[in-house]
Each structure stands twice: as structure tokens, then as C-alpha cells.
Write a protein that binds this ligand. Structure first.
Ligand SMILES: Nc1ncnc2c1ncn2[C@@H]1O[C@H](COP(=O)(O)OP(=O)(O)O)[C@@H](O)[C@H]1O
Ligand SMILES: [Mg+2]
Length: 320
């Protein structure tokens, strides 16, 4: 299952994604944590030393596309792009330390495999936008065959920008981190009104709630049935950010309940591979008509003609 942490900048997405990763690592043999924000903070927030030798997905777009393309021969002259739906001959990725993609791109410490889209370098200045970095991740996600027990955690970019690419189609659960403020609650509502079809799999946790007035504010602003708990305000986070490493452990002890509830909901989410494929085809057609076809001067969207369905047992068993 794939979960995305969303919300306004500063609401606590990275803090929450990191804390949930640490929690899941106590419950599963492997957890895949992805920094999907170009303002790369997840690595630090995890409080684990991953070293500096980290391959950034955002800088490896061509290699990643080439790998995922595998043996497919249905594309003709058309390029494979991030939203291209996979087919039988594609290379898929599984949440396993034996998976070649994970072996190449993930940095593994204990049972946490970490991937990052990476941030800008000098080359990107004035010539790139962060969607470019996210295309590598979108391509990966559309080829990542996870089971119901797998947990894939993505710390995403701020605001509603997540619906701008096909990436959002991959997530089984969208978890908003919401502070008791107008702006923070508005991002949740904007997301749901932009993509009403995502409403069913969109939940929130509150953060930095300090008193009853905060609780009442959130009750008035957000649908209670979408609430999965509260990440309580904690002075330990500041201590951690001031360099006190064990403060994170103290913080984690105070948040167990919220992560139990999020993990439970994640397990309950319906993973509908058939719908995912349909949505991906529709998204690919849309983006092709809008700019891929004119850009490449060819019909890139003919690729949606594939009859391939996700969830084919063959593909998964082959890889495990
Ligand atoms: N529950 C909390 N208690 C205290 N400070 C928090 C809490 N959640 C987040 N913070 C602090 O708020 C700041 C922004 O959090 P961060 O997770 O980086 O937000 P985002 O990823 O949404 O931009 C950080 O300094 C973080 O330590
Ligand atoms: Mg962040």
C-alpha cells in the first residue's frame, strides 16, 4: 500500500512521514520511504544516518525510464514517458531488498529503504521545475507492484500541486497533516474539490493542536469521519532539531496511537488495480493531447491501447 503525506508547507508532513516510517519499521520487515519533495528534508527528519552517497531519482530519469521499459516493443517510435501505462514486457519493481531497482537506487539502513527525488543543482537553475524531478518518481510508482502488507510512504510537496502530474493516482491513501489554521484546512478542501474522485481515499491527522479552541476550530472546518488522529504538539522535536538525537525517541513514544490508527486505515483501503490502470490511461491520454503529442509530433497516447492489467500474479511471483 502506498500512502502520501500532504498538506500546507510547514504543517508537519515531513515530521509525520518520518515518524510513521519509524513506526512501521517496528511492525514490518521492510518499509520504503520516499522523499518526494524537492525541498528534501525527510532524510534528516528520519534521524538515521544514510550517508551522503545517495542516488537521486530526479537526476536519473532516462536510466529509470530505460529500466522500467524493459523489453516492451509496443511503443514504436514513441517515447515512454512518466505517465505511460505499463505492459507485460515492462520491468516492475517490488518492495524487496532483492529487487534490482531497490538495490540500485535505495539507501538501506536496518529495515528502511530510502529513495529521494533529490533537489536542484546548479544545472537546474533557471531551466527546470520540480515536476521534472517528480517524473522519475511517477514512472517508478506506476511500475511498483506492492502487496497489501507492503508499506510505501511518500513525503510530498506542499499544497495541491500533487494533482498536477499522474503521480497522485498511485497512492492508496492521501493523508493530510493539518494545523488548526484557515490556510491549513483550506489546502485539504482545495485538494478534495479539485479531485472529488480522490475524496474516498483522503484522510487527515491534526497537528500542533494546543488547546480546546484548536480542537473546536478543526471540528468546525473538517469532516470528522476523515480524521485518523492527532499528532500532538511536542517540544522534543525542537530539541531534536537542536541536535539532541535521543529526543526523537521521546517524541515517538508520545505518538503511537495516531500511527496505529493510520496503519489500520491503510490496511483497510481498497486497492483497485483495475481502476488504477483505467485512471492512468485517462491521465496519459489527457497529458498527451494537451502537450506530449504536439511536443513529439506524434501520437504518444496510442500507448493506452494496452490490454495489460496490474495485479497479474505472474508478474509479482516472477519478481519475488
Ligand atoms: N507536533 C509537532 N510539535 C512540535 N513541532 C512540530 C510538530 N510537527 C511539526 N513540527 C515542527 O514544525 C516545523 C515544520 O514541520 P515539517 O514537518 O518540516 O513541515 P512540512 O514538511 O509540512 O513543511 C518543523 O520545525 C517541525 O519540527
Ligand atoms: Mg516537508
Amino acid at each position: 500500500m502506498k500512502i502520501a503525506f500532504l498538506g500546507k508547507g510547514g504543517s508537519g508532513k515531513t515530521t509525520a512521514a518520518a515518524a510513521f516510517t519509524r513506526y512501521v519499521s517496528t511492525k514490518r520487515s521492510l518499509v520504503l520511504a520516499i522523499d518526494a519533495d524537492v525541498n528534501v528534508h525527510l532524510k534528516q527528519a528520519l534521524g538515521i544516518d544514510f550517508g551522503s552517497d545517495i542516488l537521486e531519482l530526479g537526476n536519473a530519469y532516462e536510466d529509470i525510464i530505460e529500466y522500467l521499459k524493459g523489453e516492451r516493443d509496443d511503443l514504436g517510435d514513441a517515447p515512454m514517458v512518466a505517465s505511460t501505462p505499463p505492459c507485460e514486457k515492462s520491468n516492475f519493481v517490488t518492495v524487496s531488498l532483492d529487487d534490482p531497482f531497490i538495490r540500485k537506487y535505495a539507501t538501506v539502513r536496518k529495515n528502511i529503504a530510502f529513495l529521494t527525488v533529490g533537489s536542484y543543482d546548479k544545472e537546474d537553475v533557471g531551466s527546470s521545475c520540480y515536476h521534472g524531478k517528480l517524473y522519475s518518481l511517477a514512472a517508478l510508482m506506476h511500475h511498483l507492484i506492492d502487496t497489501e502488507d507492503d508499506v510505501v510512504i511518500a513525503d510530498t510537496t506542499a499544497g495541491t500541486d500533487n494533482v498536477a502530474t499522474s503521480l497522485h493516482l498511485a497512492y492508496d491513501l492521501n493523508l493530510f497533516v493539518v494545523e488548526p489554521t484557515e490556510k491549513s484546512t483550506k489546502v485539504f478542501h482545495d485538494f478534495v474539490s479539485l479531485s472529488p474522485e480522490l475524496k474516498e481515499k483522503t484522510y487527515f491527522i491534526s497537528n500542533k493542536v494546543r488547546d480546546d479552541r484548536d480542537i473546536d476550530f478543526l471540528k468546525n472546518k473538517l469532516p470528522e469521519d476523515r480524521c485518523l488522529g492527532n499528532m500532538s504538539y511536542s517540544p522534543y522535536l525542537k530539541r531534536f532539531e537542536q541536535g539532541k538525537k535521543d529526543a526523537l525517541e521521546e517524541f515517538d513514544k508520545t505518538q503511537v496511537q495516531v500511527w496505529e490508527s493510520v496503519l489500520k486505515q491503510l490496511r483497510l483501503c481498497d486497492k483497485d488495480w483495475g481502476k488504477y490502470m483505467e485512471d492512468l490511461k485517462a491521465s496519459h491520454s489527457k497529458v498527451s493531447k494537451k502537450w506530449l503529442n504536439p511536443f513529439y509530433s506524434m501520437s504518444v497516447d496510442k500507448q493506452v491501447e494496452t490490454n495489460f492489467q496490474y495485479g497479474s500474479a505472474d508478474i509479482y511471483s516472477e519478481k519475488t
